[in-house]
Design a protein around this ligand. Structure first.
Ligand SMILES: *Cc1c(COP(=O)(O)O)cnc(C)c1O
Length: 406
């Protein structure tokens, strides 16, 4: 299936309405302008699009299927379908944009891609793409996360990437961002900073969306073939917002399709620091080089945020989501830790599919829609598989769900 990357937004300065843009120091802006120019050229090049399509098909295993979850559907009285991004090589949607970014870096003559990672999912996907395309790869990771996420650290090493510990402050994701940023500024000519979601300064929100839009392009066609109609509802979890934009983009002009983004309510939506529900609880502001809804503390610094799903705990959100929220085109709701874990077991036991805890937020929301009386079909983006989460889930929730510790 061919990707077409022509969309109404952003404008040429990277704005989605009021949101997006590029708020970075002048010397960095010059480098980012080069990336924008290079991307604008290659997004039109048949050779690039063909190469990306070939890798999606033969390396990632696309198209990912849509699965009609009949057991869930019967239990909840609504037809529920899953877009199976969990079946992609490396187990989630992130490989879709990592391949695009690695190919861009190669075309630009860069030697290396760099990025930060929290739980290691973005790091593993980027290390995979770098190995395939023939680039070096440096992944910055907090020392605390390195200790916690041992299997992903080992994977990156096997794939030939260097994992560089961030040793200051709280030694987690925020410090890893600082370290990666400093390394990038020190040598922006031989490296490309491969951002891991639809966030950061222009062109990254546009570029990552374009690479992820394969999800919705496939899903729109597959769903019509399966059912003869479009889905009545789309549901996707929102951390930075890349898997959600990937699904939504192809349907934005279909007024009959309702869209729902799901943010993490964590332990408590009413307490700052205990959730990461940016669109529900945040306000417009500027952070990490772009304007969007964000969660800030009293000093105007990025708020500490929390979710049981490490892929969802980010204090901002992609600018196109802020735009779609204000337009009212997408509605944004929340699911807390408990509801996500419950959906994790429900999907595992009714359908034989263990989801990533991130994706379980979207599943939980779909079940809630059905319980509230939604009778139109629901297509859920199952952004990733749960292998990475099983040890954590069993340690904390195993007894409650009748699974002995291992
Ligand atoms: C990283 C991740 C997410 C969150 O990222 P988005 O940019 O919001 O899509 C969701 N699901 C999985 C499985 C992830 O690995």
């Amino acid at each position: 299936m061919k990707n077409s990357f022509h969309h109404a937004v952003p404008d040429q300065h990277g704005y989605f309405g009021d949101y997006g843009g590029s708020y970075v120091p002048t010397e960095l802006q010059l480098i980012i302008d080069e990336i924008t120019l290079a991307y604008q050229q290659i997004r039109e090049e048949p050779a690039f699009l063909d190469e990306l399509s070939r890798l999606y098909r033969h390396f990632v295993g696309r198209p990912s299927p849509i699965f009609h979850a009949r057991n869930l559907s019967a239990r909840y009285g609504t037809d529920i379908y899953l877009k199976r991004e969990d079946l992609n090589h490396t187990g989630a949607h992130k490989i879709n944009h990592c391949l695009g970014e690695a190919l861009l870096a190669k075309k630009m003559g860069k030697k290396k891609v760099i990025a930060e990672t929290g739980a290691g999912q973005h790091g593993v996907a980027l290390a995979t793409a770098a190995a395939l395309v023939g680039l070096e790869c440096d992944i910055y990771m907090g020392e605390v996360d390195i200790a916690k996420e041992h299997p992903n650290v080992v994977r990156m090493g096997i794939l030939g990437a260097r994992v560089i510990p961030a040793t200051h402050g709280r030694k987690t994701l925020k410090e890893a961002v600082d370290a990666a940023f400093a390394a990038y500024l020190a040598d922006p000519h031989t490296q490309l900073y491969a951002i891991g979601s639809v966030v950061g300064p222009h062109p990254f929100p546009m570029m990552v969306r374009d690479f992820q839009s394969i999800i919705g392009n496939e899903a729109r066609e597959q769903f019509q073939q399966m059912t003869g109609a479009l889905p009545a509802n789309l549901v996707a979890c929102v951390g930075g917002g890349s898997n959600a934009m990937g699904l939504f983009t192809a349907f934005l002009d279909d007024a009959e399709v309702s869209m729902h983004g799901v943010e993490p309510a964590g332990r408590d939506l009413a307490t700052p620091g205990e959730h990461a529900a940016t669109l529900s609880q945040g306000e417009p502001g500027i952070m990490h080089g772009f304007k969007s809804y964000m969660l800030k503390d009293e000093q105007g610094e990025p708020q500490e945020v929390y979710s049981i799903a490490s892929g969802l705990d980010y204090p901002a959100v992609g600018p196109q989501h802020s735009y779609l929220k204000d337009l009212g085109r997408v509605s944004y709701g929340v699911i807390d830790d408990r509801q996500a874990i419950d959906a994790f077991f429900t999907l595992s036991r009714l359908e034989g599919i263990i989801p990533a805890i991130e994706s379980a937020h979207a599943v939980a929301y779909a079940l809630q829609l059905a319980e509230q009386g939604e009778r139109g079909s629901i297509l859920v983006n199952l952004s990733g598989r749960g292998d990475k989460d099983i040890d954590f889930v069993i340690k904390h929730f195993g007894a409650e769900y009748g699974v002995g510790s291992l």
